[in-house]
Structure formats: C-alpha cells, structure tokens
Design a protein around this ligand. Structure first.
Ligand SMILES: [Zn+2]
Ligand SMILES: [Zn+2]
Length: 231
C-alpha cells in the first residue's frame, strides 16, 4: 500500500505505480501488472453474485434496482483499492482516465451502448466537491464520453442532500442514507432517454439505485450502470 502512495507523492511519471518497474511509454502501470488485475466474470449477476445474468444483472435484481444492465471491469482487490483511493484523495486524475479506458473497452462490446443518450457521473454534493477539488466519477465519465462518443449528462442530476460517508453502513442503512439524496435538474433531458450512470466502485448499488429510481420516475426509458470495480 505504502509503495503506491510514496511513488505518487514523489511523482515518477515513468515508473509502474504497482511494481516500480521502468515504463517505456507514457503509461502509469506496466502490462504485467495490468494482467494481474482480477477481472470480473460476466455470466453471473454482479449484484447478487448468484443468479445467471443478462447484461450483468439477473431478473430479480433488475426488478429491485431498476437497472437494465450493469458493467464493471475489476474485482475490488488491494491494488484497485489503492488506485481508486489515490484518484479520490490525491487528485491523481490520470488514474481515472487510465482505468476509464478499460471500462470504455468493455462497454463497447455491449449492444445497449449504442442506445445511450447521456452518461451521468454519480454527483458529489457541492460542499464535498469543494473540499476535494473534483469528483472522481466526473473523471471516469469524461473518459467514457470521449472514448465512446456519448454526451456527458453531468447537468441532469444533482446531489441535494449532504450524505454521511457510507463506508461503515449496512445495505439497508445505505439505502436510507441516500434516499431522496438526488434531484433532477433538467427534466427535459430525461423523458424517453437512455442513461449510463457511472461511479468508481459499486458496493451495494444503493446510490445508483436511488438515481435510477429517480430517472425512471421522470420517465427515463432505460438506465444502465457502470463502474471500474465491484466491491
Ligand atoms: Zn508493474
Ligand atoms: Zn442478481
């Protein structure tokens, strides 16, 4: 863990953030370390991890969460956790762009991607955004928008409530915590449209569920979700 942190603070642009090997081009992690990242299987539901899935989600989770599909690239192991932590708190935006490319590659294999009207990054409350300087989901969503040529819809949903950090909450507590946390800012961009909501990590899915329910309440057509990792 400390290796990654110390290297980022020292800023060695041509050294792999994981193994410290010298890199030949302008990458941040070497090919070997990328191959060691654990990929998620896609034939099982990414939420309940039990039932067979179509577009990453089973029928029963589809009903509960109102997601029409879910795409995530990596298992949440220590390396991914560190990278995302550094993206979030050390403003190492390059990590977001780098990881976003993997997600864009995976998404481009799905048929639904051609129907998406807007990519929506999970919004941070403006107070939190001010504290942190930026929203990590914005960075990932922007990378997807550029690579997949889909409009960025970061004006559509806003976080209306300053929610407690969710790290130590149970699934039920998280749902209560994020209930009514979001508001639609641009109604005209929701009706009959298809969305892809983007976050860095999916944990219980409750944050994205609350956005999906809200979009569907305002007559969104389909709502897909995507993340770099599934915790
Ligand atoms: Zn490496
Ligand atoms: Zn399921």
């Amino acid at each position: 863990m400390n290796i990654i942190n110390s290297f980022i603070s020292l800023f060695f642009p041509n050294i792999c953030l994981v193994c410290r090997k010298k890199l030949t081009k302008n990458d941040i992690i070497c090919k070997k370390c990328i191959n060691d990242f654990a990929r998620l299987e896609t034939n099982k539901c990414l939420l309940c991890r039990e039932n067979p899935a179509e577009n990453g989600i089973c029928q029963s989770c589809r009903t509960e969460f109102q997601f029409d599909g879910i795409v995530s690239v990596f298992k949440f192991n220590e390396v991914i956790q560190n990278l995302i932590h550094n993206l979030k708190y050390n403003e190492f935006k390059k990590i977001g762009i780098f990881l976003g490319e993997f997600l864009a590659d995976k998404l481009s294999n799905y048929d639904f991607i051609s129907k998406i009207d807007y990519i929506i990054p999970v919004p941070l409350h403006k107070v939190k955004k001010r504290e942190r300087g930026f929203n990590q989901s914005d960075i990932i969503a922007k990378a997807l928008s550029d690579k997949l040529n889909i409009k960025l819809g970061n004006h559509i949903v806003k976080r209306a409530k300053y929610t407690k950090t969710q790290t130590r909450l149970t699934k039920k507590e998280r749902e209560i915590n994020v209930r009514n946390a979001f508001k639609i800012k641009s109604h005209k961009d929701v009706k009959n449209k298809n969305f892809l909501i983007v976050d860095d990590v999916i944990t219980t899915g409750s944050t994205m569920k609350s956005i999906a329910l809200l979009l569907k309440e305002y007559y969104a057509n389909q709502v897909y979700v995507a993340s770099i990792a599934r915790a």
